[in-house]
Each structure stands twice: as C-alpha cells, then as structure tokens.
Write a protein that binds this ligand. Sequence first.
Ligand code: ZN
Length: 98
Amino acid sequence: MSPKNIQIIGTELAIAWDDASESYIALEKLRRHCPCAACGGEVDALGQLHRPAAPTYQPASFKLKRFQAVGGYAVNFAWEDGHDSGIFTYPFLKKLGE
Ligand SMILES: [Zn+2]
C-alpha cells in the first residue's frame, strides 16, 4: 500500500491510496502524532504511539510547509515552525486517517 496522491486541502492532509481508499487527516492531528524522537514519540510494532511528555506547540506548528516521500515507505513533513524530522510511515498515516 502506498499513496498515489497527497494534497493539503485547507487544514487537512488528503491522501489517495493505491487501493482506491482515501485518508483525511487534520494537520493538527498529524503534528500531534509526530513520531520523531524530538517530539518524544515512539511507535511500537502495533502502530501505537507512546509519548513521555507533550511538546510545546504554536500556531505555526500546525501549518504544513512541505512534504516529501522517503525511501518509498514513508513521508517526511516540514512544518512552518521549522520542525522537519518527522518520518510518517504509510501504515501509520493510514491509521491516523481512520
Ligand atoms: Zn517531531
């Protein structure tokens, strides 16, 4: 499973998957689930996110600047507040959109 198309629509990320399903994820939700080490997130084998403490956010934290595919298995998102180390795997994005 991989994305055929990813777009930002308003405050949501819209992903069209190659199995013809679609996911809509609020950008704020996406950022709050950032799995990178700096955000303290850690995703276990079941896709559950564990996070020791809530990071500090600002309005720019929920605005997406750009995104790019990573190695054919994930997407990297860069946010307006300069944070760009989050790597979201396809299954994790799919789960966030459910
Ligand atoms: Zn992060």
